[in-house]
Design a protein around this ligand. Structure first.
Ligand SMILES: O=P(O)(O)OC[C@H]1O[C@](O)(CO)[C@@H](O)[C@@H]1O
Length: 534
């Protein structure tokens, strides 16, 4: 796999990205993809027309178009779980009939969306209320895909909030629920239990704690609960009646689920119309993904640039750097989306892969990261491809100067990474400060930036619900394209199971109800430490 591309990579030698701009005045346009108001600029990378052609050839070799059709038409491409992958249907409720197991799923999608809208309206206008009156606060209890998406999006769309305050509890660490509930009023708090399976230990533990808190505080117990789940039997066992359960099917993966019921807390915060706009943004990206050809296809190019940097250039991580404070949970969201999807070592046919699969994804918003880890990005020994994101406009026109500084910083970083600073330039800098001799030489060397470090920039007009929908769907399809080219199933997550099983067996030992015989020395000693201080 990737033999030709690796040869092309090896032939690059010391080629400077900056020189590519001198050689081709149209490079910025030619190495950008525009879709609607979104522009994805990958011109500050080593990718040229030849490399681009070889990358695009991979999509044909791996049958990407057929896989995309298979996914959108409901074939069971998640074949280790025997499931279709149809989160795209959640953002296309009015599409033509779409069958899974012989049944058209569209009416169900429309019905659930209408019920969500009704519930959101009732909560927001106070016609569904707690024992103390209209709900002032909503606590979404969920983890992984049942938390990261709605938590990220609710923060991202803060300027559109006109509903109750929304809080998110995920960690089984009691500190999390304690710190969230301590300032809330049980009689006016709505608890939304978000769990696809309704068995996840963290979520069920937090849900029970929340129910006790509501009851102890004079609330209506499960009467102030909503459930978002595929497991109607389990939600009923918990005491939540069917009319307050928003179901979805197994063809929606957890990390792809915020477009449906799992997005209810977002809908409660920003209202049904803004939620619809978010769905419309996702749908617009789906249409683009299915229709745009080759280098004009944004998700395809985003995926290919990622493959170039990780699989071909061998850079082990990639940084997501939104210059947008309200996207401060985006990196965590992408970590699950990308790493749970493509962190695999077995191909679809069960054979072991002999190439690297998903990269480590990490990041923080700019400009904060600049004052923390950018040192390593600029002068460290390894290369970290950076994915910058920035809006042309903020939601705070009265703080225009802040936004101008934000944008300037974002652009400065990608320019600095590419341009670098040579030893000669650093020497001149030191000389200008009056330094000379050995000391000048020593100090100058510390001020050299090798440059030629790749980055991409996704630029968008403003972080509206529609644009957020576009961005999230863009990255979902990126993960899909990468998975298809790597020949792996991006939609299962068997790697999370072993730790869960072991946690179950360890709990009685940690509690002191079982002996640690049979455990390795380290685990037994750590349990003994905890027991001695419990
Ligand atoms: O929604 P659930 O079933 O509680 O699962 C939460 C998360 O746990 C995982 O299964 C991983 O443990 C994720 O894939 C999922 O998003």
């Amino acid at each position: 796999m990737f033999k030709d591309l690796k040869t092309q990579h090896d032939a690059l030698g010391a080629r400077r990205i900056l020189d590519l701009f001198d050689a081709n005045p149209n490079r910025a346009t030619e190495c950008s993809v525009t879709f609607g108001d979104l522009v994805f600029d990958y011109s500050k990378t080593q990718i040229d027309a030849d490399i681009q052609n070889s990358l695009l050839a991979l999509t044909d070799e791996q049958g990407l178009a057929d896989y995309a059709q298979a996914m959108f038409s409901g074939q069971k491409i998640n074949d280790t779980e025997g499931r279709a992958v149809l989160h795209t249907a959640l953002r296309n409720p009015d599409g033509p009939p779409l069958e899974v197991d012989g049944e058209d799923i569209r009416p169900g999608v429309r019905n659930t969306l209408a019920r969500m809208r009704e519930m959101a309206t009732a909560v927001r206008d106070g016609s569904f209320a707690g024992t103390g009156g209209a709900f002032t606060d909503v606590v979404n209890i969920g983890i992984g895909g049942s938390d990261l998406g709605p938590a990220m999006a609710t923060l991202a769309l803060a300027p559109y909030h006109d509903g109750p305050r929304c809080h998110f509890v995920s960690n089984v660490d009691g500190a999390h629920i304690h710190d969230v509930l301590k300032d809330l009023e049980p009689k006016t708090t709505l608890i939304v239990v978000a769990s696809k399976t309704f068995t996840t230990i963290e979520t069920m533990t937090n849900a029970k704690t929340a129910r006790d808190w509501i009851v102890a505080g004079g609330g209506d117990g499960a009467g102030q609960f909503l459930a978002l789940s595929t497991a109607m039997d389990k939600t009923a066992d918990f005491g939540i009646p069917a009319e307050r359960v928003f179901g979805f099917e197994d063809w929606v993966g957890g990390r792809y689920s915020m477009w449906g019921p799992i997005g209810l807390s977002l809908m409660l915060a920003v209202g049904p119309d803004n939620f619809d706009a978010f769905l419309a943004g996702g749908k617009a990206m789906d249409d683009h993904f299915l229709s745009a050809e080759g280098a004009d296809n944004m998700p395809v190019m985003l995926a290919l640039v990622g493959l170039w940097h990780h699989q071909i250039c061998g850079h082990p991580t990639r940084a997501v750097l939104p210059y947008d404070q309200r996207l401060s949970r985006l990196a965590a969201y992408f970590q699950q989306l990308e790493m749970e999807s493509n962190g695999k070592s077995v191909a679809m046919d069960g054979s072991s892969v002999d190439y690297v699969t998903g990269p480590v994804v990490w990041g923080e918003p700019g400009t904060n990261g600049q004052h923390a880890f950018y040192q390593l990005i600029h002068q460290g020994t390894g290369v970290v491809p950076c994915e910058f994101m920035v809006a042309a406009q903020s939601h705070e026109p009265e703080l225009r100067h802040h936004h101008e500084l934000l944008v300037s910083n974002c652009l400065a970083q990608s320019e600095a990474l590419m341009r670098g600073r040579s030893l000669e330039e650093a020497r001149a800098l030191m000389a200008a400060k009056g330094m000379e001799g050995d000391e000048l030489e020593r100090q100058a060397r510390h001020r050299v930036f090798v440059g030629n470090r790749p980055s991409t920039t996704l630029i968008y007009p403003k972080l509206t619900p529609f644009v957020l929908g576009q961005i999230i769907a863009l990255y979902e399809h990126r993960v899909f394209v990468e998975g298809v080219i790597l020949g792996i199933n991006s939609y299962d997550q068997w790697g999370v199971e072993l730790g869960k099983e072991l946690a179950k067996s360890l709990e009685p030992m940690v509690r002191g109800d079982a002996v640690t015989d049979g455990k390795d020395g380290s685990t037994a000693a750590l349990i003994a430490y905890v027991r001695a201080r419990a």
